[in-house]
Design a protein around this ligand. Sequence first.
Ligand SMILES: Nc1ncnc2c1ncn2[C@@H]1O[C@H](COP(=O)(O)OP(=O)(O)O)[C@@H](O)[C@H]1O
Ligand SMILES: [Mg+2]
Length: 174
Amino acid sequence: MTTRTTGSATWAVPGADDMAALGERLALLLRAGDLVLLTGPLGAGKTTLAAGIGRGLGVRGRVTSPTFVIAREHPSLAGGPPLVHVDAYRLGGVDEVEGLDLEASLEEAVTLVEWGTGLVEGLADDRLEVVISRPEGAAGADRLDGDAPREVVVTGVGNRWDGIDLAATTQREV
Ligand SMILES: Nc1ncnc2c1ncn2[C@@H]1O[C@H](COP(=O)(O)OP(=O)(O)O)[C@@H](O)[C@H]1O
Ligand SMILES: [Mg+2]
């Protein structure tokens, strides 16, 4: 497994709609076999970004925070790869991740894992790491009902992301 970092980009994301729009733009970069890790505290906006990625990929069903289901596959309505969305928050460790058998769909799907850092890196040599932070002192950051700025750092790890300008690609209009 490589840990080589190939490039990263940072965005200031003012509101929830902007987070979803960023997800739609990131989806332009994604193809079957890709692994994406979403990291950030509860309420950071991981699922909001994942929903935007789902919209960008043109998959069926809304990407939501699963209450009981830990991994859900959303088939493509656009002839592209399905999205496998995983919320690893309740998982106890690597053993339970193995129980999900994500390998089975990895090659043909885009696999997106919330809270997956330290659990799923072994699935693939390459991955896109997305870290969302909620600035502590920012106005509105403690209000769950209002938009508050987030910072999003996206880093490509491994050969897959070699030479891909993450910032330029995702600045394209959706
Ligand atoms: N800039 C922002 N980016 C993303 N979500 C935001 C932002 N500002 C406010 N929110 C709100 O924060 C919440 C994020 O929830 P969610 O995406 O489920 O987080 P997570 O999956 O990281 O726990 C949503 O209610 C969303 O509307
Ligand atoms: Mg979530």
